[in-house]
Write a protein that binds this ligand. Structure first.
Ligand SMILES: [Zn+2]
Length: 445
C-alpha cells in the first residue's frame, strides 16, 4: 500500500517535473504549458539524469511505448525503427523504469549520468596545446570540440595557406549576426563536378562539425595523399551550418541538447529546425507547426537564413554539384532520400549500392557498422530536410549521414561523443566522401 502510494506520488511528481519536450518524430502534438522553451531538455543541474534506449521489436512494443506516453511525459531525443531514446531526469527515473519494466519493454542505459558525461566531454585545453596553436596560426585540434571562432580561424588559415586552390566564401549571416562560411576547394581544372559537404545543422550534434573539419583538413593539408578520384573533383565544405545554435549549446550545460537555430520566432520560444525548413515536402510528416517544438519547421519554406544561404549558394552550383553529404549524429546510418515519405527515388539502387560500399569501407577502417537505407524507411518520415531538397534539384548522390553513437567499440553513447572519437568519426566521414567521389568520377556523364 505504501509502495503503491509512493509510485503514485512519484508519478504525479514526474508529471510536473519532467520536461515536456519535442521529439524528432513530432506526430504527437500534445499541449505543453506556455512560457517554457521545451527544447532546452536539460535542467541547470542534470546530475543523475539518464538517456535510456527503449528497444522496439515491432508494432506491439511501439503501442506499449505510446501507452506509457499517455501516462507520463517522455522526452524523446531520437527514434528509429528499432529503438526510441529518451532523456529522463533523475526525479522520474525510478518511475519511468518501473513503467517500462511493467510493460515488458526492454531498455538499455545509454548515458548513466548526463552531468558527468558533459564534464568529461570537453577537457580544458592544456597550456602546451595553446602555445602550439600560436605556432600553427590557428587553434583547431582534433582532440576536443572547439568554438565557431576557432573553426573559422582554421578556415581562414587554410584560405591563406593554400590560396592556389582554396577559396573562403561568406554566404550569409545568422539571426545573431554570425557569418555563414564555406570553403571552396578547386581541382584546378575548369568545369569539374563537385561535392557539397556540411555539418552542424543540428546544434547539439557536435561531432558532425568536428568530423567535417577533419575531412576538410584531409582535402587541403594532405592533398598530395588523396586518391586520384578525389583530386579530380571540386568540394564545397561548410563545417558549421548552425553557428548560433552551436554556441548556445556551448554556453551552459542546461542548453547542451538544443537542436534548432536561435531565430526569434515567437514570444515563448526561439528557434527553427533548419533541417525541416527546406522546400521539398515542407510541412509534411515529422515536422511541427509549433514554435516550441524541436522539429518546428518555421513559418514558411526556406524562412531561415541558414536555409537561404545553402539554397542560394548550392543552386548556383547545380548541376556541377553531384554529391550532397550532410553530416549528423548519432546512430551510424547512411541515409538517402526520400525523407519526407516512405517512397524511393528512381535511382535508389545506385544510392543503396554506393552507400553499402562506403559502409563496407568504414567497417574495414574503423570496425564499426553503418546501416544503409532511405531515411523514411529506416528511421521515420521527416519532411523539409536538406538532402531531399538537393535530390529534388537533381543532385544524384544526396545522403544524410548519422555518425557514431550507440554501439561503437568501447561503450554506448549519444550526442555526447568523447573527443577521442572525433578522428575515428572523421575517418568514417572521409570514407563516405571518397566513395561518393569515386561513384561520381566513374559514372557516365
Ligand atoms: Zn541531426
Amino acid at each position: 500500500m505504501i509502495r503503491a502510494a509512493l509510485w503514485l506520488f512519484v508519478g504525479v511528481a514526474s508529471l510536473v517535473l519532467v520536461c515536456v519536450c519535442a521529439e524528432e518524430n513530432a506526430q504527437d502534438e500534445r499541449d505543453v504549458p506556455p512560457g517554457v522553451n521545451h527544447a532546452d531538455h536539460l535542467e541547470n543541474d542534470s546530475t543523475g539524469a539518464q538517456i535510456l534506449s527503449v528497444v522496439i521489436r515491432g508494432v506491439a512494443d511501439r503501442k506499449k511505448f505510446e501507452e506509457i506516453r499517455k501516462e507520463i511525459y517522455l522526452d524523446v531525443l531520437t527514434t528509429s525503427k528499432w529503438a526510441v531514446d529518451i532523456l529522463v531526469q533523475k526525479s522520474s527515473l525510478d518511475y519511468t523504469k518501473h513503467l517500462l519494466k511493467s510493460a515488458d519493454l526492454e531498455f538499455k542505459v545509454l548515458i548513466e549520468d548526463i552531468q558527468k558525461q558533459m564534464e568529461a566531454e570537453n577537457p580544458p585545453e592544456s597550456k602546451e596545446s595553446l602555445s602550439r596553436s600560436s605556432l600553427r596560426g590557428h587553434g583547431l585540434t582534433f582532440d576536443r570540440y572547439h568554438s565557431v571562432d576557432t573553426m573559422y580561424q582554421y578556415m581562414e588559415y587554410l584560405n591563406r595557406t593554400y590560396s592556389d586552390f582554396v577559396k573562403l566564401e561568406d554566404i550569409g549571416t545568422t539571426a545573431e549576426g554570425r557569418t555563414l562560411r564555406v570553403l571552396y576547394i578547386s581541382s584546378g581544372q575548369p568545369n569539374r563536378k563537385a561535392i557539397w559537404i556540411d555539418g552542424g545543422i543540428h546544434a547539439r550534434e557536435w561531432v558532425a562539425s568536428a568530423a567535417v573539419l577533419w575531412v576538410l583538413s584531409e582535402l587541403t593539408e594532405k592533398r598530395e595523399r588523396l586518391p586520384e578520384e578525389m583530386r579530380e573533383l571540386d568540394f564545397v565544405v561548410m563545417p558549421m551550418v548552425n553557428p548560433d545554435g552551436y554556441e548556445y549549446t556551448r554556453a551552459r550545460r542546461s542548453t547542451r541538447l538544443w537542436r534548432k537555430n536561435r531565430a526569434p520566432v515567437s514570444s515563448a520560444c526561439a528557434g527553427v529546425d533548419v533541417n525541416r525548413n527546406f522546400e521539398h515536402g515542407w510541412g509534411g510528416h515529422g515536422t511541427s507547426g509549433e514554435a516550441c517544438r524541436d522539429t518546428y519547421r518555421g513559418p514558411r519554406p526556406a524562412s531561415e537564413r541558414e536555409t537561404q544561404a545553402i539554397v542560394n549558394y548550392a543552386a548556383k552550383n547545380i548541376p556541377k554539384i553531384q554529391g550532397f553529404l550532410t553530416f549528423h549524429c548519432y546512430g551510424q546510418y547512411i541515409l538517402y532520400p526520400w525523407g519526407y515519405d516512405k517512397i524511393l527515388p528512381e535511382d535508389h539502387a545506385d544510392l543503396q549500392r554506393v552507400g553499402e560500399i562506403a559502409a563496407q569501407r568504414i567497417k574495414e577502417v574503423g570496425d564499426v557498422n553503418y546501416t544503409v537505407g532511405s531515411s523514411a524507411n529506416l528511421l521515420y518520415p521527416a519532411a523539409g530536410g536538406s538532402d531531399d531538397w538537393a535530390k529534388s534539384k537533381g543532385v544524384k548522390y544526396a545522403y544524410t549521414v548519422e555518425l557514431r553513437g550507440p554501439g561503437y567499440p568501447g561503450g554506448l553513447n549519444s550526442f555526447f561523443l568523447p573527443p577521442e572519437q572525433i578522428i575515428p568519426s572523421g575517418r568514417d566521414a572521409f570514407e563516405i566522401v571518397r566513395t561518393v567521389a569515386e561513384a561520381i568520377v566513374l559514372q557516365p556523364s
